[in-house]
Design a protein around this ligand. Sequence first.
Ligand SMILES: *[C@@H]1O[C@H](CO)[C@@H](O)[C@H](O)[C@H]1NC(C)=O
Ligand SMILES: *[C@@H]1O[C@H](CO)[C@@H](O)[C@H](O)[C@H]1NC(C)=O
Length: 176
Amino acid sequence: MASNSIKLYLLLILALVRCSKAELGELKETSMTIYFQDQYGGPNATVAQILPENPDGHLSFKKFGAIFCTDDLVTEGFDVSSTQVARAQGVYITSALDGSNTHVLVSIVFNNGEFKGSTLEVQGASAQFERVREVAVVGGTGKFRFARGYVTFETIHINSAANLAVIQCNITVLHY
Ligand SMILES: *[C@@H]1O[C@H](CO)[C@@H](O)[C@H](O)[C@H]1NC(C)=O
Ligand SMILES: *[C@@H]1O[C@H](CO)[C@@H](O)[C@H](O)[C@H]1NC(C)=O
């Protein structure tokens, strides 16, 4: 009797697992290259230092514990005036004592094009002074539900007169 009801119970669980798998559908891979337009100074800055306070506007990326908030324009192409696809909104905190790593907690909030209304969560240690930084994608919403993957960041252009750094972001994610 007891073992029969256990069997039934296991079958039920199996059926439930099968059902939820069927609803998720096939795992897909999406790759794309987009550009973060990082306005790091001036009246329209898209990055602000929260701590320590910086009355002169100087950003102390190397200082352990420094906290920044960001809302970068994200474009389809390299040029700042190319089509907008998203905003990159979040925080990053210098998390290595020697200042080499920053901890990134940023959402790529797609607001135009194919992925409008979806988000990707980028989180992890970024070797902020390396040419190429790789950070994990730990989740997503909308078309990116259950996303897992990684991004690479490479600063490919700095216009110091305009306080603008252009960061090429290559995304590779698996999602349903
Ligand atoms: C800042 O943004 C405003 C409004 O979009 C614009 O008129 C102004 O030219 C910008 N200033 C700079 C320095 O980019
Ligand atoms: C990112 O992708 C572009 C082309 O899509 C490629 O030229 C570049 O080398 C890639 N960057 C990295 C760090 O893989």
